[in-house]
Design a binder for this molecule. Structure first.
Ligand code: B12
Ligand code: SF4
Length: 446
């Protein structure tokens, strides 16, 4: 069977790599099927999408859904199915935690909950038997009108998963995406990633990390087949196991030492580890700071590190010669303008090389989604509203949407200022217009 995965861009200039599909496609190919990927760029209409899909001559369409992709994907699949008679299965976080909504939408036949490799193979093999009654009873796969399916345990041993199909990752200039583990042990209440652990029971059941040998073998394969110039580690929190990281740094540093970036949490690093990472080639770390208010972090987000820890870790990271990016969230339920002032104050103290700032969006399946629903902050039609990080969809008692917009605007200004500071004087004035234009253009996509 030929399985075509769709990756639906939902913003003009922010396309992401299809990590989930690349894992599933590798597994399907290993089992004798063929698979490819069709990206649906932001400006591609339904007619062109149908034509592009037709060129792959697929037997089955698989679509990966995050909440941000949902609205456009819903529109596309409904339009595509009016013209193409083909079975559609959705997977990914949104399909997992909103499977009922997804299946109630025209054109979707199946939703896959949780990890997709084995369920997808089983579905493909059942569908290959020929047309007939809809397939039922496959663990993780929910059909229209069916209740939530039973889940199979997470894939074990993780080393036996084939390496991602790189031809589906749109990689250029030797910049590669890489995944060494599944799952994150932390309980952050806004995070959809950690919900997979809850889906499977706990992190002890869901969390798995590949062996060093498997990781190094994949790098070796990448280098044999093409360029390897920069590595983007996609793991939620790369630094959770010091022993693993130390051995990785030694092996990777000796054999590859290709520069790389990763995501970390301040509690999980220390000076020694940062030194090892830098020595192995680490050039950039992204830390989730989220809020400068210890109350918000502790009581609302379930993140217990004190502000001082962020200050120390940012210093150690810079001292190790690693660039540092901070991410902030504004507009969580229970947050006030005073808290956001504290975030800005902490940001000034941390002085990261760059930062991202996101208006809080309640992802289905998360603890804060439930809070928003229980407290009546969530609109009934949340699934019909765009999921983005520029506007709040909530009605919060302590923070109006106008206030959130103003705070967001302030972060934008801070970012423009920081960008201008990095430029020589003569280019700064000219650049200001360009940056303002780019940022307002990005905001217009919201
Ligand atoms: C790496 C990463 C990024 C990278 C690159 C993403 C990419 N795909 O290349 C970058 C930095 C660009 C990024 C950006 C953002 N990200 Co991000 N990102 C991640 C992260 C940490 C890992 C993704 C990953 O590699 N997963 C590994 C693969 C194997 O897992 P998977 O995708 O879930 O796939 C499995 C199953 O879901 C299923 N499956 C998936 N697709 C399909 C399809 C079919 C047909 C089937 C059957 C099954 C199936 O099978 C797969 C294999 O078992 C996730 C957290 C997470 N753990 O998922 C957040 C996450 C996906 N990001 C998220 C968000 C919100 C963002 C941002 C908005 C920034 C932000 N505020 O956090 C931007 C938006 C980008 C965009 N355009 O949408 C959210 C999405 C929440 C949601 N419910 O939609 C997550 C979950 C983190 C969170 N905050 O909770 N991200
Ligand atoms: S540490 Fe990061 S990935 Fe882990 S639960 Fe918290 S926000 Fe999610």
């Amino acid at each position: 069977m030929h399985i075509l995965f769709l990756e639906v861009d939902h913003e003009a200039d922010w396309a992401v790599a299809a990590i989930g599909p690349a894992f599933i496609a590798a597994y399907l190919r290993q089992h004798g099927h063929s698979a490819s990927l069709q990206r649906i760029p932001f400006d591609m209409g339904i007619h062109d999408a149908v034509e592009a899909i037709g060129k792959h001559n697929p037997d089955l369409l698989g679509i990966s859904l995050t909440s941000r992709q949902w609205l456009r994907a819903r529109h596309l699949i409904s339009g595509i199915r009016e013209q193409l008679d083909i079975t559609v299965v959705a997977g990914g976080l949104h399909a997992t935690f909103e499977s009922e909504t997804v299946l109630a939408s025209p054109g979707f036949d199946y939703a896959c909950l949780g990890e997709g490799e084995e369920p997808m193979l089983e579905l493909v093999e059942a569908l290959a038997l020929g047309p007939g009654e809809p397939v039922r009873g496959i663990r993780n796969i929910r059909g229209r009108g069916e209740s939530s399916p039973k889940l199979r345990p997470p894939f074990q041993p993780i080393d036996e998963l084939p390496f991602m199909t790189r031809d589906m990752l749109d990689e250029q200039y030797g910049v590669v995406h890489f995944s060494t583990q599944r799952g994150c042990p932390y309980p952050c209440t806004y995070c959809a990633a950690r919900q997979f652990s809850d889906l499977y029971g706990s992190y002890a059941e869901y969390g798995r990390r590949r062996s060093h040998q498997s990781v190094l073998d994949e790098f070796d394969e990448i280098r044999r087949n093409g360029e390897l110039n920069y590595v983007l580690f996609m793991d939620d929190t790369f630094t959770i196991n010091h022993k693993w990281v130390k051995t990785f740094c030694k092996g990777y540093g000796e054999q590859f030492r290709v520069p790389f970036s990763l995501h970390a949490r301040v509690e999980t690093v220390n000076q020694a580890m940062l030194g090892q990472l830098a020595e192995a080639g680490c050039k950039h770390i992204v830390y989730g700071v989220e809020s400068g208010s210890e109350r918000v972090r502790h009581d609302i987000m379930k993140r217990n590190a004190p502000n001082q820890r962020f200050v120390d870790v940012f210093k150690w990271t810079k001292d190790a010669g690693i660039l540092v990016t901070a991410n902030y969230i504004i507009g969580t339920p229970g947050e006030t303008s005073v808290d956001i002032e504290e975030t800005i104050a902490l940001h000034q103290q941390l002085a990261p090389d760059d930062f991202g700032y996101f208006v809080f969006y309640p992802y289905p399946g998360t603890a804060l989604f439930q809070v928003c629903r229980d407290q009546g902050y969530l609109p009934e039609d949340y699934n019909d509203q765009p999921a983005n990080h520029r506007h709040s969809i909530l009605k919060l008692p302590d923070l109006s949407n106008e206030q959130i917009e103003l705070h967001y605007q302030r972060f934008t200004e801070l970012r423009i200022e920081a960008a201008l500071k990095r430029m020589p004087d003569e280019s700064a004035a000219a650049a200001r217009d360009g940056i303002v234009h780019d940022i307002s253009r990005a905001a217009a996509h919201a």
